[in-house]
Ligand binder design. Structure first.
Ligand SMILES: [Zn+2]
Ligand SMILES: [Zn+2]
Length: 332
């Protein structure tokens, strides 16, 4: 029989379709994987030599003619820093200019170098760049929330193969984010404890969904995973904002992040995925009710009508089984 499970951080429900569930290894992608890509592509706007095909860089790490990481405004920005954030309302309809920022972090000069195969110190520098940009974007008083995310592969929403991360700084806090924050606040009001730290403690007690642990972080497949191999990386030391991550934590995070990607790569054959850094809205950073964390959502199945109509995802894997499978994956 299937099981309905509720995510304690969103109150969303998922269906764990145990009868339709595949064994973890059955999610492996067949056919050529993207690691067969060349390290340079003439057509790619993110490859060295094509710098004039992106808007001017806002930050360059390493010498300009031999850069290691480059940050540029998105050429097709969803939000741009022009005008103001004043609202315009007529009867029921509210709107405002698309003010904000939309940046692209070009993670490596190499077209085919995904995080799983980067040098350790490069991943560490990359996470440092995420923090740098977060702190820079937050200086704008109109910015209310900063979303760092990665789309990897066509099923995750990108056709650009070159490894890149995007950062959107938004002038509004959407209900989707507000709700998580409110649920955490309510838990704190009821218990005087942090919802996420409680959750982490409970997952440690349950043991079965933990994939990997490091000095400062834990990687796990959440109880109410929306999709197969959904992975959360949570800090063990409470902090509401990614912007406050310390250098020593960045080094540790880079190792566990690379390790998880390597395991996904080896076991599933370079799956398409989205990565999202969940962090408190800028104005709520000083409050303690939230715990920032990373979610990695492999795009192994498609959300269809039922998901759109109900908000209930159907997961055709069992998180306890995929976590056990991931624990056993040997990586180079
Ligand atoms: Zn490229
Ligand atoms: Zn906490």
């Amino acid at each position: 029989m299937s099981e309905l499970r509720q995510d304690p951080t969103t109150f969303d429900w998922v269906i764990i379709a145990k009868e339709r569930a595949k064994r973890p290894h059955e999610f492996r992608k067949h056919g050529p994987t993207k690691s067969s890509l060349l390290s340079h592509s003439e057509e790619c706007p993110f490859c060295p030599g094509n710098e004039d095909r992106t808007p001017g860089a806002v930050a360059v790490y390493g010498p300009p003619d031999n850069w290691k990481i480059r940050v540029v405004p998105n050429k097709f920005a969803a939000l741009t820093p022009e005008g103001n954030t004043q609202r315009d309302e007529w009867k029921m309809f509210r709107k405002t200019l698309g003010y904000g920022r939309h940046e692209v972090v070009i993670e490596s000069p190499l077209h085919n170098k995904c995080i799983a195969y980067m040098e350790d110190d490069h991943v560490e520098q990359l996470i440092g760049v995420y923090r740098d940009r977060y702190l820079e974007l937050k200086k704008d008083p109109n910015i209310k929330v900063i979303i760092i995310f990665k789309n990897h592969g066509e099923a995750a929403g990108t056709s650009l193969e070159h490894p890149h991360t995007q950062i959107v700084a938004s002038p509004v806090v959407p209900p989707f984010i507000r709700r998580r924050y409110e649920i955490a606040t309510q838990h704190f009001d009821n218990t005087e404890r942090c919802l996420y730290c409680d959750l982490l403690f409970t997952e440690f007690e349950a043991k079965e969904r933990i994939v990997q642990e490091s000095e400062f972080f834990v990687a796990l497949h959440p109880f109410a995973s929306r999709s197969p191999f959904e992975t959360w990386i949570m800090p063990k030391v409470h902090s509401s904002s990614f912007g406050k991550i310390a250098a020593i934590e960045i080094a540790d995070l880079s190792r566990i992040l690379k390790g998880i990607f390597l395991k996904l790569h080896v076991s599933l054959g370079n799956p398409d995925y989205n990565l999202i850094v969940h962090t408190a809205p800028v104005d709520d950073e000083h409050k303690t009710y939230y715990l920032w964390h990373i979610q990695i959502i492999p795009r192994l199945t498609l959300a269809a009508g039922f998901e759109l109509g109900s908000g209930i995802f159907i997961n055709t894997s069992v998180p306890e089984e995929t976590a056990a499978f991931m624990r056993e994956v040997k990586v180079p």
